[in-house]
Ligand binder design. Structure first.
Ligand code: GTP
Ligand code: ZN
Length: 331
């Protein structure tokens, strides 16, 4: 990563600036990447006003600050970092982040579509739960589609997690999303969570959804000591709400991580290019290779080969319609 590379290039200065203690003068002055191999790595579980809560591989917590050369936006929840200094985690101690491992994935969103500034929100997730209530608040397919697009773009496997099945039936949403090949799990306050636990096991799963859909309620059932604050839906706009305001990673009892993100009202995807969605539809991309150059494959696109594939039965109409609906999520 360029950012880390740049930081490393000028690390010599940092070595002698001594954030937390004076550096030994004998340290070799080198422009080479310093040898961090003996330093511990940790995962970032939350970020709060410049303080980074991390956990070491043995599960013990450490609080860290950024080394001088690590960019302010360069460390996000889910990152794996190298720590220097005091990693005892003892009260009042601070460790220092000196390196950020290359990210396997980055989930981004734009605050809204007028805002082209992309905000990386979570690093290294390999699965994304789109948590959607079947009622209260009612499901919005537009929002589900946009989060799906963000997942496809980030190459993170989406799962549609439908909550509040005690209030409404999941049939309609199942019918809309099964043709996309997106796995669907359904829950309610009494539901058996075996299938959801199996889906989460040993993976890093980010939970995204509208405020009030029941993310915290589900997290608390899956991780009893998570103590995520929950709120009555009617209180969602009220003052003094103590529910989450930034992402937080929590380890599952049987292995794997959940990264819960604050409830959102909208999910901006202005940073995503349409072409990146095709990657999530490998069965369509072979046909799209035959399209005229610059084809956006939208409904009515001139000579779009996807229409030909449907016309001669090589591709199902339903599947093409699903893909095109993803394209319209941009509109
Ligand atoms: N009927 C029903 N209510 C639920 C269910 N899950 C959660 N709730 C209720 O929905 C409300 C909101 O739940 P939360 O878990 O706080 O929602 P959240 O998604 O964490 O909300 P944010 O903190 O804004 O992200 C609470 O009153 C929950 O008791 C469910 O499966 N069925
Ligand atoms: Zn096309």
């Amino acid at each position: 990563m360029a950012r880390v590379g740049d930081a490393v290039k000028s690390l010599r200065e940092d070595d002698h600036s001594g954030f937390d203690r004076p550096r030994r003068r004998s340290r070799p002055r080198t422009k080479e990447r310093p040898d961090y191999s003996s330093l511990p790595t940790a995962r970032i579980i939350s970020v709060d006003r410049g303080r980074y809560r991390c956990v070491l591989p043995d599960g013990s917590p450490v609080t860290a600050v950024r080394g001088r050369l690590i960019d302010r936006k360069g460390v996000i929840v889910g990152d794996v970092v190298t720590l220097d200094g005091d990693v005892s985690g003892a009260e009042g101690t601070l460790s220092r982040i000196v390196d950020v491992a290359e990210r396997r994935t980055v989930l981004r969103r734009s605050a809204d579509d007028a805002d082209t500034f992309e905000r990386p929100i979570v690093a290294n997730a390999d699965q994304l739960f789109i948590v959607t209530a079947l009622a209260d608040p009612p499901p919005r397919m537009g929002m589900i589609d946009r989060i799906l697009v963000a997942a496809f773009d980030a190459q993170i496997d989406p799962v549609l997690c439908l909550t509040k099945a005690d209030l409404a039936s999941p049939d309609e949403l199942r019918a809309a999303y099964e043709p996309l090949g997106v796995p669907i799990v359904v829950t309610d306050p009494e539901a058996d969570l075996t299938e959801i636990r199996a889906t989460l096991n040993d993976r890093v799963t980010v939970f995204v959804g509208h405020s009030g859909v029941g993310k915290s309620t589900l997290v608390n059932r899956l991780i009893p000591d998570a103590h995520r604050a929950t709120a009555e839906v009617s209180d969602l706009t009220g003052k003094g709400r103590h529910t989450s305001t930034s992402a937080i990673a929590m380890e599952l009892p049987d292995g794997g991580w959940i990264i819960d993100t604050p409830g959102v009202r909208s999910f901006g995807i202005s940073h995503v290019r349409t072409s990146s969605i095709l990657g999530a539809f490998p069965d369509l991309s072979e046909f799209a290779d035959e399209c005229p150059r610059g084809c956006h494959h939208e409904t009515g696109a001139i000579e779009c080969a996807l229409d030909d594939a449907v016309a001669d039965g090589r591709l199902s109409e339903e599947r093409l319609a699903s893909f095109r609906r993803m394209g319209r999520a941009f509109a």
